[in-house]
Write a protein that binds this ligand. Structure first.
Ligand code: CU
Length: 317
C-alpha cells in the first residue's frame, strides 16, 4: 500500500468525494450526540439509584409531576431530532439530484461485472475512470438481476433494478484508486463483482480518453442503430407515418393521450422504446411497435444518447 494512504486506510475509509465529507460530518455528529445521550442517561440512572436508594429516606420525596421539567426536556429533544431530520433530508435530496452540467457516463451491471461507456464511446470493464472535481453522473442499467453500485470511499450506493435506469452521481475530491463493489447479492459470483473507480487529474483524464483509438461516440453509434432498428422509417424526415419528431424533446414536457404530462428524461425514452403503448403522445396513434426483448441495455443506452444529442445545444456532440 502506498505510504501516504496507509495510516488513513487503517484508521478510516478514505474520503474521496464531496458527499463523503458531508456524510461523515453527519455520521460523526450523530455518533457524538448518541454518545452524549448514553453518558447522560446512564449517569442519571446510576446516580439516582444511588442517591435515592432505600434507607436514605430521600425516596420519600413527592412524586408529583414536574411539568416544567417535562416540557423543557421534551421540547429540547423534539427540536434536536427535527433538526437532525432536516439535515439528513437536505443531504439526501442533494445526494439524489445530479447537477445539470454533470459529466455523463453509462454503466451496465451484469452477472458478474460492471461495464462502463464514456460519451466518446470509450469502454471499460470493472474500472471507471473519472476526472477530479467534476460532477459525474453515472446512468446505470442492469442486464439481468438487481445489482448495487457501491463506492465506499464516495459514501455512495445506488441499487440498479431491472426495467429502470438509475442515476448515481458524485464529485470526486481526491485523486486515487477506490473500490467499487456490487452491494446486492446477485448470484454465484457476486462477491467477485467488483472493480475500481480511478480518480484522475483533469488533464490526465483527457489524455486517458484520447488514448483510445477507433472509438465512436455513443450518440453516433445510436444514430446507426436508429436506422438499423427501423426507427428512422417512422421518425425520420420525410416519413409517411405520422410520428413525432425526436429533435429537441429531451428535458421538455410532452402531453400524453389521456391528458397527463410527462417529462422527457432517460427513463421516459427507455419506456417509449420498450413499452410505447403505455405513454402515447397526445395527437398520435399508438402504432409504434414495442421493442422489448429486441433491444438490449447496451443498445438502449446508445439510442438514448442519440436522442439526447438531438436536443444538445449546437456544436455539442
Ligand atoms: Cu451484482
Amino acid at each position: 500500500m502506498p505510504g501516504t494512504d496507509t495510516q488513513e486506510s487503517i484508521a478510516l475509509l478514505p474520503r474521496a468525494s464531496t458527499l463523503a465529507e458531508r456524510v461523515d460530518a453527519q455520521f460523526f455528529t450523530l455518533l457524538w450526540v448518541d454518545a452524549l445521550m448514553v453518558v447522560v442517561l446512564f449517569g442519571l440512572i446510576i446516580g439516582f439509584a444511588v442517591y435515592y436508594r432505600r434507607g436514605t429516606l430521600r425516596n420519600r420525596v413527592s412524586n408529583a409531576p414536574q411539568t416544567r421539567v417535562e416540557i423543557t426536556w421534551s421540547t429540547a429533544l423534539l427540536l434536536i431530532f427535527l433538526s437532525i431530520f432536516a439535515w439528513s433530508a437536505h443531504l439526501y435530496v442533494e445526494a439524489s439530484s445530479p447537477p445539470k452540467n454533470a459529466l455523463e457516463i453509462h454503466g451496465i451491471g451484469k452477472q458478474w461485472m460492471w461495464k462502463f461507456e464514456h460519451r466518446g464511446g470509450q469502454r471499460e470493464i470493472n474500472e471507471l475512470h473519472v476526472p477530479l472535481g467534476v460532477p459525474v453522473k453515472v446512468i446505470l442499467a442492469t442486464q439481468d438481476v438487481i445489482h448495487s453500485f457501491f463506492v465506499p470511499a464516495f459514501r455512495m450506493k445506488q441499487d440498479v433494478v431491472p426495467g429502470r435506469l438509475r442515476v448515481a452521481w458524485f464529485t470526486p475530491s481526491r485523486v486515487g484508486r477506490y473500490h467499487l463493489f456490487c452491494a446486492e447479492y446477485c448470484g454465484l459470483d457476486h462477491s467477485r463483482m467488483r472493480g475500481h473507480v480511478v480518480v484522475m487529474e483533469r488533464n490526465d483524464y483527457e489524455a486517458w480518453l484520447a488514448g483510445f483509438t477507433g472509438t465512436e461516440s455513443l450518440a453516433a453509434q445510436g444514430e446507426k442503430l436508429f436506422s438499423q432498428y427501423g426507427c428512422i422509417g417512422c421518425h425520420g424526415p420525410g416519413s409517411k407515418v405520422l410520428a413525432p419528431g425526436l429533435g429537441g424533446i429531451f428535458g421538455k414536457s410532452v402531453p400524453l393521450a389521456g391528458g397527463s404530462i410527462a417529462v422527457v428524461d432517460e427513463n421516459y425514452l427507455r419506456d417509449s422504446i420498450l413499452a410505447p403503448e403505455q405513454q402515447v403522445v397526445a395527437g398520435y396513434q399508438p402504432i409504434m411497435p414495442s421493442f422489448a426483448g429486441r433491444i438490449d441495455e447496451a443498445d438502449l443506452m446508445r439510442l438514448i444518447a442519440y436522442i439526447k444529442s438531438l436536443s444538445a445545444p449546437q456544436g455539442a456532440p
